[in-house]
Design a protein around this ligand. Structure first.
Ligand code: G
Ligand code: G
Ligand code: NA
Ligand code: MN
Length: 253
């Protein structure tokens, strides 16, 4: 397949890199974290979005290398920002395939140590499909990274078929409420309130995704979401643009 060969070449050439989207705290009125999202900077086609290359990467196993290069670059960038006095956490998406690798936790540890990055400033986002089946390799990796102090977030919560009993037993630090739930407001207000109540019971950080309007931001803040993410604040942007938002320059609500 041509796309697959191109993608391998792009990885070699360093054309797969992270964009960043802010996670805004309405209490402190600051960007407290950024999510790293993979982008393919194609020399001829320009910027290519994950929907065009992540599915194939998952199928071919290339997602392991993509996940790794995004993690490496995001950790390095976080340390660079830290040196400049911007203490922001970084969250990185992790595929189930990566979590099945026996050496995953050791690899993450090596990446953190290479840059002297505080593990507590790294969060790994995993989707709730992970909760569906018992997988000893995955469970071991999650346990190991958490022992290092790394945080675990459940991404896109509310879209899959979560095993709620398992979720409650799992050591999770953060739940990201999927944008489909947020964008269904206020019609589905009762459901989202229940999700938030469950998150509070679990004592996790609550992130509302897909915040596109002031009304959504105010609703989420009023109902106890700790962090807000979405186009209302910023779409994913390159590192240089992110710095303006981190310095608190105008533009962020
Ligand atoms: O930015 P958006 O189009 O930026 O991203 C779409 C989806 O692609 C995200 O929801 C996420 O699930 C996936 N994705 C983006 N970057 C990565 C990555 O580095 N690793 C993995 N596994 N998935 C990613
Ligand atoms: O990892 P996750 O599945 O959450 O990836 C986030 C995806 O959602 C990315 O593709 C990102 O570009 C997109 N996204 C982020 N904020 C918004 C938003 O406010 N509205 C919509 N429609 N998409 C968003
Ligand atoms: Na994510
Ligand atoms: Mn998400």
């Amino acid at each position: 397949l041509e796309l697959l060969a191109d993608l391998r070449e792009a990885l070699r050439a360093g054309h797969i890199l992270p964009y960043y989207q802010p996670r805004y705290s309405p209490c402190t009125r600051r960007v407290v974290a950024v999510e790293a999202l993979a982008r393919w900077m194609h020399p001829e086609r320009g910027l290519i979005l994950p929907s065009e290359f992540i599915p194939l990467s998952e199928k071919s196993g290339l997602i392991n290398q993509i996940g790794l290069t995004i993690l490496e670059q995001a950790v390095r960038q976080r340390c660079e920002w830290q040196r400049q006095g911007m203490d922001v956490s970084v969250s990185v998406n992790v595929s189930l395939r990566q979590l099945c690798e026996a050496d995953f936790a050791a690899t993450v540890q090596r990446i953190l140590e290479a840059d002297g990055c505080d593990p507590r400033r790294l969060e790994l986002e995993v989707t709730e499909t992970l909760l569906l089946e018992e997988n000893p390799a995955v469970a071991r990796n999650l346990e190991k990274v958490r022992l290092l102090g790394i945080r675990i977030a459940i991404d896109d919560f509310g879209t899959g078929y979560s095993n709620l009993a398992r979720l409650n037993e799992m050591a999770v630090d953060c739940i990201k409420i999927d944008r489909s739930l947020i964008q269904g407001l206020p019609r589905n207000e009762e459901i989202v309130r229940l999700v938030i109540a469950m998150c509070n019971f679990m004592q996790v950080t609550i992130v509302a995704e897909g915040i596109e309007t002031l009304a959504m931001a105010e609703w989420a803040h009023r109902h106890g979401c700790h962090e807000l993410q979405g186009y209302f604040y910023s779409c994913p942007v390159e590192a240089g643009q992110m710095e303006g938002l981190l310095r608190g320059e105008p533009g962020l609500a």
